[in-house]
Design a protein around this ligand. Structure first.
Ligand code: BDR
Ligand code: CA
Length: 315
């Protein structure tokens, strides 16, 4: 497998943090051109700091972090401190990272990096609301042919929503940006709750994480202990789904996933169903297929990949 150049756009978040660790632990397969962050789980000042903290934790302060948009395009911001805590990565003992934030705006980093690349060279990994990428596409539509693929965590079809009955957090947080990205014509792989809800960090998996020697295993264990939904009556087990690392796992081992090329539209009209990913899974509308919609995952192999890779990071 040749090395895939990627830009990661995220809103850490404990599960974004684990996604970053998986990417940072995979330098043979992935070249991280930089990380942009966006307002999402917590405000932008925290998501950019959290990304720098995680790079430093992994011994990769050389990876540049850029701050992008502070709010969604149209709707008022929503955050998810109820899930992620006030820092976004509660459970972890946060510190002030030594590597500075880059001065360039995250949107301009995305534009400049893509415009300097060949057509179809760079893949985008999106694990937060889509504001930065949508604004980049509006500011410089010339980036669209440069994008090899967009692999994103977002949306729901069979599982329905986790933030509203019909809407998943990343899409609901900025549905107008998601509308732009899904309508861009780029090759899109969407990994939504249909798949990611199967990746629960069960007590058994948590015991395996706890046994990873060194500070990274400890940090992941601490973060995921906080991130646990702590409501087995409601969800059927202890633990929370590791949504965002599915994106990087897809790039490393696409064979762990099954997907279908279908039409997906984003609801931006109805307040009741705002942010719904309307997935034409059975091809009943005749609308143009625009998204590879992931619908299955080998979650045991996913955990085996994730934990093996994390154990490789310098402890
Ligand atoms: C998504 O929303 C966020 O809270 C998580 O980080 C993940 O990206 C799951 O719906
Ligand atoms: Ca996220």
């Amino acid at each position: 497998m040749s090395t895939i150049p990627i830009i990661i756009d995220c809103d850490p978040g404990q599960d974004d943090a684990v996604m970053l660790l998986l990417a940072l632990a995979s330098p043979k397969e992935l070249k991280i051109c930089g990380i942009s962050t966006v307002a999402g789980n917590v405000p932008l000042e925290l998501t950019q700091r959290n990304a720098r903290i995680i790079c430093e934790l992994a011994g990769r302060s050389d990876v540049s972090v850029y701050a992008g948009c502070k709010r969604p395009l149209v709707r008022p911001p929503i955050t998810a401190e109820n899930v992620h805590g006030h820092t976004g990565i509660d459970g972890f003992n946060v510190f002030e990272p030594t590597a500075p934030l880059e001065e360039l705006h995250g949107v301009d980093f995305i534009i400049d990096t893509l415009m300097a690349s060949a057509d179809g060279e760079i893949t985008l990994v999106l694990t937060g609301p889509h504001t930065n990428v949508a604004v980049a596409m509006v500011k410089e539509p010339g980036i669209i042919p440069k994008i090899a693929k967009i692999v994103l965590m977002g949306g729901a079809f069979r599982e329905k929503g986790n933030t509203q009955p019909s809407a998943e957090f990343n899409i609901l947080a900025d549905p107008h940006s998601a509308h732009i990205v899904f309508g861009s014509g780029c090759h899109i792989v969407a990994i939504g709750l249909d798949v990611t809800n199967k990746t629960v960090a069960t007590p058994e998996r948590m015991r395996t994480i706890e046994r990873i020697p060194g500070k990274i295993g400890q940090a992941v264990h601490d973060m995921l202990t906080f991130y646990d939904r702590k409501n087995p009556e409601k969800y059927g087990s202890f633990g929370s789904p590791l949504h965002d690392p599915c994106t990087v796992a897809y790039l490393l081992k696409p064979e762990l996933f099954a997907s279908k090329l279908v039409n997906v539209e984003i609801e931006i009209q109805s307040e009741l169903t705002m942010g719904e990913t309307v997935v034409d899974f059975w091809g009943v509308t005749g609308r143009r297929p625009n998204v590879h919609w992931a619908h299955q995952i080998d979650h045991d192999q996913f955990y085996s990949l994730l934990l093996n890779r994390i154990a490789r990071l310098p402890g």
